[in-house]
Design a protein around this ligand. Structure first.
Ligand SMILES: [Fe+2]
Ligand SMILES: [Fe+2]
Length: 221
């Protein structure tokens, strides 16, 4: 890795703060104030959709690897692929233990479209791709998992434990890959503009998916 440039570090910190600000009150997938039973079903819905999202994350990383030329970044991705595949299997198993068929769930079309779009972004620059998925997306995922774990703790401690010990630590590492990519690549004003625009793009799309997710969860579909 090159020596750290304080200006780039300042930019990455600033962009992380902008993303955090965007997400205040926008992760609508769970309602912390809901009645126990409603919350329990919202958590279950997150797990069902989560199985799909973990699988697609593994596929996404597989699709991107050939397009990531920067060796320092590329070499971090196979382990991430492996992690996402493991999360997929762990969540499927947990749903089966809860007497659900994890493969019977029809993923939400908005999530399908979001992952299809991300796969199609493979030919964009490494900076843009990793700003979107690892830096913005996975950082928000970590926040989302923290909330999920906190709310699941009293309702389904075993599921909370699974997320806390087997999934969340990996997701923090994935978010750190995004930060590393930005520190390495966002070293000109133009590249910083591209990274910021990529974050804006993905945040808007993920927010739209979260809203659809919640609408469908509320319908109990
Ligand atoms: Fe994951
Ligand atoms: Fe991840």
């Amino acid at each position: 890795m090159p020596t750290r440039d304080p200006e780039v570090e300042r930019f990455v910190k600033e962009l992380a703060a902008e993303n955090r600000a965007f997400w205040v009150d926008r992760d609508v997938r769970l309602d912390p104030g809901a009645h126990r039973e409603v919350l329990r079903s919202q958590i279950r819905y997150r797990m069902r959709q989560g199985v799909y999202n973990e699988l697609r994350s593994a596929e996404l990383i597989a699709a991107w690897i050939p397009y990531v030329k920067e060796r320092e970044i590329r070499e971090l991705l196979p382990r991430q692929l492996d992690d996402e595949q493991r999360h997929y299997q762990l969540l499927r198993k947990r749903l089966r233990d809860l007497a659900e068929d994890p493969d019977a769930y029809e993923p939400l079309p908005e999530w399908v479209a979001l992952f299809d779009w991300l796969v199609a972004c493979r030919s964009r620059s490494t900076l843009e791709k990793l700003a979107m998925f690892q830096f913005a997306g996975e950082t928000q995922s970590c926040e989302g998992f923290e909330t999920l774990i906190r709310l699941a703790e009293p309702l389904d401690p075993e599921t909370a434990h699974l997320y806390r010990t087997q999934i969340l630590p990996d997701e923090y590492r994935h978010a750190a890959i995004g930060r590393q990519a930005l520190l390495l690549l966002a070293d000109t004003p133009e590249r910083q503009r591209q990274a910021r625009e990529a974050c804006r793009e993905i945040n808007e799309r993920v927010f739209a998916a979260y809203r659809s997710h919640r609408t469908r969860a509320d319908r109990g579909a």
